[in-house]
Write a protein that binds this ligand. Structure first.
Ligand code: NAI
Length: 709
């Protein structure tokens, strides 16, 4: 035993360095200390002819400790450690299994030989976090597989299988059966063949793979894959250096680049989101003393678009689910949709036919609410009507077992009002999934004044097997995400009435980094959906005659979006590609004339500001009113549910990058131009600027105040 998580075992002349740092063998400081000590022992090892490095548990090293990213740079420490393994005088074999990412793969690259179990996956995902593989990855990988392939792999950031890794050339052998025994046999075979250390650092990058032309192509690829970002380009520079210098010089260069990357907004933003997604599961005030209820079976009411997707989430999690609808035709349609989703997964090789039938078998359909008697959690996803939902909840109250969580997927209705249709409002909660529910990671969990801590905890924990990122919100119209979308989309719609084209508005938002322009989103979701919501909630909105009138005008012309082949754009049958449509533009012009909206030219900057400023401003209201627990939760909502670029860290993170004062001044500027109706700055934004506080400082203040009271 060397340290708590590292030990050396012997199998004759072979030493096994075995690491055990559950759950995923992250290379923490403790692991590094253990490995350093192991190195010392190996250096003076008697009768030692080879070393095998392996990990116990679910995986080989899964990667570096991202928790350390915010602290001082560790590259030098990693470099000394990995160089130490590379410098050993006997052959060193990395024996891998599980998911080997980032630093986990980099240590293996510093070993002399690499073998892996057939199901092992490998990736260098650093560029998606705004950094580069900074523990030797950019220097050693090109020495093994050439600059071109190395960059392809680094830029794609996607995992490859063991057989692909072998084809690429950084894996020597795939070991069937027992990995440990296989790796020892592999080491013995090396010795028998008289093979010694084979140091990656002593190899040269194959010149033919490192031409100017190739680097130019890779630079173009980095720009295309990662617009607005730098890390991909930096990775190209680091790999270019590998082809031009010794390992030692290359590693120095890589360290300098890696440390620069960590200071960038794209890296700070992406890492902020990474941690925000972890922390959003914690609910202040609901600690370990509250136990989540185990969820062994579930019910879903409504087999439509959302209900079917939600049922799939349960079935995927291994939780049997009863799907209820009002008539057989709806159930059949719902089940056919579920079948289609699974079949497409089978067709794409994501699921075996067996797995598909197992999952389908977990979904039972019925018209009979009594069948929900045993469900631990029931999610309602019927039409968006208060009367109907209250009727459904009254029925659930009559049949559901005591203590079952009764959840609604409503987007716009008051959950408090739904809860009081039951005799147990403490068990009622919002589970707001996003469409398609089986794909989108976000789950807004909406608590009412009366929702019990157990119900909240149960749903927050249920999110894990459902593979959702849960964010807790309080009841308000639109919760966190849709409430913030209101102003963002309002301005997009207003600008197409002012004469900007849909392509111009969506293009400006997409150039900025949004996954999809908001008008294209409306075409996808159905223009009618938005119109119906706005019609049903007309009394909530400010008295602006142009409010969401672009939607209304298109809707009146029968343009419902993709499903009718035309909306803001035109679509060819079976094709989602957006085609500019002069007819749509003419309809918008006519509506603008009726509303006497003057036509003018918009700059890209104006489009971006007019959409994003209200979005961020509303975020400050949501935070100030306590609808969201933390600013970082708001960032999670927008990055995981609304296509906000992770590398910009989410709207609240971005507000600080922009500068709170700049945002406030921007709101004032547009208020002067367009009037106060839509451009009043949020009180919290004003307060933070006046008090010169960052969001984190204000949150700390609030926590201290709560602790005192
Ligand atoms: P949908 O119209 O596709 O499905 C609704 C289903 O409910 C239909 O199959 C209908 O037959 C069934 N139904 C109606 N009355 C029923 C009753 N008494 N008992 C059992 N089933 C009944 O609607 P969709 O889009 O799935 O929306 C459902 C809910 O999810 C709504 O509250 C909506 O606001 C919400 N939502 C929708 C999103 C979307 O993008 N479609 C996103 C997030 C939430």
């Amino acid at each position: 035993m060397i340290s708590k998580c590292t030990r050396i075992e012997r199998d004759g002349e072979i030493a096994l360095v075995v690491v055990h740092n559950p759950p995923v063998n992250t290379i923490t400081a403790e692991v590094r200390a253990g490995l350093s000590e192991a190195l010392e022992t190996l250096r003076s090892g008697e009768n030692l002819r080879a070393v095998v490095l392996l990990c116990e548990g679910s995986t080989f090293f899964s990667g570096a400790d991202i928790g350390e990213f915010a602290g001082p740079p560790r590259e030098v420490e990693y470099r000394i450690l990995f160089n130490g393994f590379e410098a050993l005088e006997v052959p060193v074999v990395a024996a891998m299994h599980g998911t080997v990412m980032g630093g986990g793969l980099e240590i293996a690259l510093a070993c002399h030989y690499r073998v892996a179990a057939p199901t092992t996956r490998f990736a260098l995902p650093e560029v998606t976090l705004g950094i580069i593989p900074g523990a030797g990855g950019t220097q050693r990988l090109p020495r093994l597989i050439g600059a071109e392939r190395a960059l392809d792999f680094i830029l794609s950031a996607k995992p490859v299988s063991a057989s692909q890794a072998k084809d690429l050339g950084f894996l020597d052998d795939v070991i069937e059966g027992d990995l440990r025994a296989g790796a020892i046999a592999y080491a013995r075979a090396l010795l028998a063949a008289g093979k010694g250390p084979r140091r990656t650092g002593a190899m040269n990058v194959d010149r033919a793979t490192a031409t100017d032309e190739i680097f130019q192509r890779m630079t173009a690829q980095a720009r295309k894959l990662y617009p607005n970002r730098n890390a991909g380009l930096v990775a190209v520079e680091a790999v270019r250096k590998a082809s031009q210098s010794s390992l030692a010089d290359g590693l120095e260069f890589e360290t300098a680049l890696a440390n620069d990357c960590k200071k960038s907004v794209e890296s700070r933003g992406a890492i902020h989101v990474f941690f925000a997604e972890r922390d959003c599961r914690r609910v202040p005030g609901i600690g370990d003393e509250v136990a989540a209820m185990p969820v062994k079976s579930a019910g879903v009411i409504g087999a439509g678009t959302m209900g079917g997707g939600i049922a799939i989430c349960f079935a995927n999690a291994g939780i049997p689910v009863t799907l209820v609808d009002a008539n057989n035709a709806a159930l059949e349609r719902g089940l056919a949709n579920v079948n289609r989703v699974y079949q497409s997964m089978v067709d794409r090789g994501r699921l075996t036919a067996d797995e598909k039938s197992q999952r389908m078998a977990r979904i039972r359909t019925t018209l009979d609410y009594d069948q929900l008697r045993d469900a631990d959690v029931i999610v309602e996803a019927v039409f968006e009507s208060m009367d109907l939902k209250r009727e459904v909840f009254a029925k659930l109250d009559a049949v559901a077992r005591r203590g079952a969580v009764l959840a609604t997927n409503t987007s716009t209705l008051d959950i408090e009002a739904i809860a009081v249709a039951t005799s147990r409002p403490q068990d009622v909660i919002g589970m707001h999934f996003f469409s398609p529910a089986n794909v989108m990671p976000l789950l807004e969990v909406v608590r009412t004044e009366r929702t019990s801590p157990v119900a909240i905890k149960t749903v927050m924990e249920l999110a894990k097997p459902l593979r959702k990122t849960p964010v807790l919100a309080s009841v308000c119209y639109g919760f966190i995400g849709n409430r913030m979308m209101e102003g963002y989309a309002r301005e997009a719609q207003r600008m197409v009435l002012e004469g900007a084209s849909p392509r111009q508005v969506d293009g400006a938002l997409e150039d900025w980094g949004m996954a999809m322009g908001i008008l294209a989103v409306f075409d996808m979701a159905g223009v009618d959906v938005g119109v119906n919501v706005h019609r049903a909630n007309a009394s909530r909105y400010p008295p602006d005659p142009s409010y969401y009138q672009a939607d209304v005008a298109l809707h009146e012309a029968g343009r419902l979006g993709q499903k009718s082949g035309k909306g803001y754009y035109r679509y060819e049958p079976g094709n989602r590609a957006r085609i500019d449509d002069p007819d749509a533009i003419e309809i918008l012009r006519r509506r603008a004339a009726e509303l006497q909206i003057p036509q003018r030219v918009h700059s890209t900057g104006e489009i971006q500001e007019r959409c994003l400023f209200p979005l961020m401003n509303e975020g400050f209201r949501v935070l100030g009113e306590g609808i969201a627990l933390r600013a970082a939760d708001i960032d999670v909502v927008w990055t995981s549910g609304y296509g906000f670029p992770r590398y910009r860290g989410g709207p609240m993170f971005h507000a600080e990058v922009l500068g709170l004062e700049t945002l406030l001044n921007g709101m004032h500027r547009y208020r002067d131009l367009f009037g106060p109706m839509h451009w009043e700055p949020a009180p919290l934004l004003v307060e933070l600027v006046e008090r010169k506080l960052s969001i984190a400082e204000w949150e700390r203040d609030q926590r201290a105040k709560r602790a005192q009271s």
